[in-house]
Design a protein around this ligand. Structure first.
Ligand SMILES: Nc1nc2c(ncn2[C@@H]2O[C@H](COP(=O)(O)OP(=O)(O)OP(=O)(O)O)[C@@H](O)[C@H]2O)c(=O)[nH]1
Length: 387
């Protein structure tokens, strides 16, 4: 069926796919919180559509050959360069070196003006196909590289579509170079490209949606002031039972209200940020740190002996005491009280451990603040410990 389609019909479908793709990408960009590269992508689609329309009108003898051949080649080359720039910017905030990207495009265009090679159909198609293959292969590579940093479900699919599109152009380039490119292959190639244009626009929209979902999940789990996890996040990360040789530490800044009252809420916020950063700097990758309330933080530290759990708590207390926070030229001395519940052998239900750490924190406050109160959880019955 495809072989019976004439060239104007194929080009009409091809252009429709580019225009619909550009429209979809512009719409996604308007609603995206991370629109990098999307305008370039839409512009590339429009340039490729304009280039194809120029070629179509030229084939119909509606324009002088010198105009449509050079014009369509320039639009095709710039379109594919901008397409690559768009995918690169979209894939991971990396900068686009426009000078480096556009220099070969302009050199090719100038060579065309000097030698007149675009007037020859096969030479022009060859140059266009080389640009398309390089751009699409580079774009697929960018998306795969991005997938390693940001594993979104649709980024691999987008890379596959880009690779398919580049592969079809590469195959056609081989036919062009050995002089066997026929009109049936031409129609089929444009049909696949049409499918890829729709697919790429759809994947761009889906990636934008997936990024928004990831961001929402991050916002829901993160304390906006300090950037550490919040109580909700902690709830999803803490096991139901704390295993033997693990500890929870409940930390609370001492007399924090006075800092707010004397120096203002902004100074209080600065203290909270410094406090969180100080704790973060002391902990291991495997530890959890969350802000569970106003000036309350919780640390979960697995795989620690009693001596190490005591040492960690004391080290946190001492490093907070040594913090040097200055607001408007005024030093703000801070200390923290810490309640620790350490699980010996077996395991303990997490709520019990949290309640014990809280009770220990209360004791540390009662005993004068700026200290650690430590407790070992009582051993559990074997069946509870095994569950
Ligand atoms: N700046 C700032 N203050 C907060 C925030 N959240 C809670 N607070 C304040 O934290 C203070 C907690 O005070 P209290 O619970 O009385 O405790 P405290 O003054 O630290 O006294 P002790 O815990 O007994 O040592 C209150 O003044 C809250 O308004 C916040 O996000 N920023």
């Amino acid at each position: 069926m495809l072989s019976r389609l004439d060239l104007p019909t194929v080009l009409l479908f091809y252009n429709t796919s580019l225009l619909a793709g550009a429209f979809a990408i512009i719409h996604v960009r308007r609603n995206s919180w991370r629109p990098d590269g999307l305008m370039a992508l839409a512009a590339a689609y429009l340039m490729l559509a304009a280039g194809a329309a120029l070629a179509w009108n030229g084939e119909e003898a509606a324009l002088p050959p010198a105009v449509w051949t050079h014009g369509s080649l320039l639009l095709g080359l710039v379109g594919y360069a901008v397409f690559f720039a768009g995918i690169r910017a979209m894939s991971g905030h990396r900068s686009v070196r426009w000078g480096r990207l556009m220099t070969p495009v302009l050199l090719c265009f100038l060579a065309g003006l000097i030698t007149g090679f675009p007037l020859d159909n096969l030479s022009r198609a060859g140059a266009f196909h080389v640009a398309a293959v390089l751009s699409l292969a580079g774009s697929a590579h960018e998306m795969l590289r991005n997938h390693r940093l940001e594993a979104l479900p649709s980024s691999r699919l987008l890379a596959a579509l880009l690779a398919l599109s580049g592969g079809v152009y590469a195959l056609r380039l081989v036919f062009i170079l050995n002089g066997t490119a026929g009109s049936a292959g031409f129609s089929l190639a444009f049909f696949v490209q049409m499918f890829c244009h729709f697919g790429v626009a759809l994947m761009v929209a889906t990636i934008s949606k997936e990024r928004a979902e990831v961001r929402l999940a991050q916002l829901a789990d993160t304390d906006p002031l300090t950037g550490v996890g919040n109580r909700r996040w902690l709830g999803t990360r803490l096991p139901k039972q704390l295993r033997g040789h693990s500890a929870v530490l409940q930390l609370d800044l001492d007399r924090f209200k006075q800092i707010n009252d004397r120096h203002g809420h902004a100074a209080g916020d600065a203290v909270l940020v410094a406090f969180a950063n100080c704790l973060k700097a002391q902990l291991r990758e495997s530890d959890l740190l969350a802000r569970t309330g106003g000036e309350e933080f919780l640390v979960y530290t697995p795989n620690v002996t009693e001596a190490v759990a005591r040492m960690i708590a004391e080290r946190l207390r001492a490093s907070v005491e040594q913090l040097r926070i200055v607001e408007d030229g005024t030093p703000l001395p801070v200390t923290t009280s810490i309640g620790v519940a350490w699980v010996a052998d077996g395991s303990s239900p997490t709520p019990d451990c949290l309640a014990r750490a809280d009770a220990m924190l209360y004791e540390a406050k009662r005993e004068g603040r700026n200290r650690v109160a430590f407790s070992t959880m009582p051993p559990q019955a074997t069946d509870t410990a095994a569950s």
